[in-house]
Write a protein that binds this ligand. Structure first.
Ligand SMILES: NC(=O)c1ccc[n+]([C@@H]2O[C@H](COP(=O)([O-])OP(=O)(O)OC[C@H]3O[C@@H](n4cnc5c(N)ncnc54)[C@H](OP(=O)(O)O)[C@@H]3O)[C@@H](O)[C@H]2O)c1
Length: 271
């Protein structure tokens, strides 16, 4: 059933964060094409893009939620639990922690609140939502797919808070995986490199830094990594080479090189 995505368990439902654009939209669109019977629920501020909804048997559900706001997240998680009970009451569930944002430039930049929003959405919301949904995941099986980044593997000057948030996510994901060993739940971190979405515009970089992969290719790779139960996976050979090269250097040297590369790639658009 899952063309090019081997041995996915028969999912009953998928809960995706940030399905209104970019990679999240690609995850939902792909699930619609390869598993149209899976019930899908999205949490984000804006609704799911129309074209991602097309292939499903039952239209994906949207829970409006500001993940940076703990009260909104608590209400959103409750709405998801209610939706699961009503729309997909049995069978394995996949939770895709995808929503995220970044900021480029020298810390703290002109908008310190955005730096804190990065921590709220990329870190706190992932931990909070996962904790709230873990009991139902444990009861029904399935697992978690965390969308981290290649920047999780090294310090990233000029995106310092964003890089640290993704390093947290990768470390936490691997640790949670061990805690859940034997539970039947898969916990996988996907660590994409530059992907062609609105992410860099939103983060204030203005243009893509370097060669970008398409969002659908990244989503497909990520679902395949989850299906194969890979602890963490980097899509794209060039991204794998970069993370490998970075890991060969002492951490301080790797931070220096990353700063140099980002300054060069961003050029005058780096604030
Ligand atoms: N693009 C890349 O090069 C790249 C590389 C590595 C990793 N990633 C990661 O991939 C993930 C998806 O990013 P993308 O590239 O698809 O960027 P994007 O197109 O900007 O999408 C970001 C998504 O996150 C959601 N989001 C942001 N803040 C939110 C909030 N406060 N509450 C609820 N939802 C929120 C947005 O939904 P609303 O605005 O509707 O709320 C949107 O759907 C992120 O975790 C990002 O760090 C991206």
């Amino acid at each position: 059933m899952f063309r090019n995505i081997p041995t996915l368990p028969e999912l009953s439902a998928a809960v995706v964060t940030g399905g209104s654009s970019g990679l999240g939209e690609a995850f939902i669109g792909l699930l619609g094409r390869v598993a149209p019977r899976v019930a899908v629920c999205n949490l984000s501020r804006r609704p799911i893009a129309e074209k991602a909804r097309a292939a499903f048997h039952a239209a994906p559900h949207h829970v409006p939620c500001d993940l940076a706001d703990p009260d909104s997240l608590a209400r959103g998680a409750e709405a998801v639990a209610g939706w699961l009970a009503a729309s997909a009451p049995t069978g394995p569930i996949l939770l895709v922690n995808n929503a995220g944002l970044g900021a480029f430039g020298r810390f703290p930049g002109e908008d310190p609140a955005r730096q804190l929003a990065i921590i709220d959405v990329n870190v706190r919301a992932v931990v909070d939502l996962t904790g709230r949904l873990l009991p139902v995941l444990r009861a029904r099986g399935g697992g978690i797919l965390n969308v981290a980044s290649v920047v999780a593997y090294q310090p990233t000057p000029y995106a310092a808070v964003y890089g640290a948030s993704k390093a947290f996510l990768l470390s936490w994901s691997l640790a949670l995986r061990e805690e859940l060993r034997g539970s039947g739940l898969r916990v996988v971190a996907c660590c994409p490199g530059t992907t062609a979405t609105g992410f860099f515009d939103a983060a204030g970089l203005g243009r893509l830094p370097g060669a970008a992969m398409g969002a659908e290719a990244v989503a497909r790779f990520a679902l395949r990594a989850w299906a194969r139960d890979q602890p963490h996976a980097v899509p794209g050979l060039h991204n794998r080479l970069l993370t490998w090269a970075g890991s060969c250097l002492p951490r301080a040297a790797s931070a220096w090189v990353a700063g140099l590369v980002l300054r060069r790639r961003a050029g005058p658009s780096l604030p």
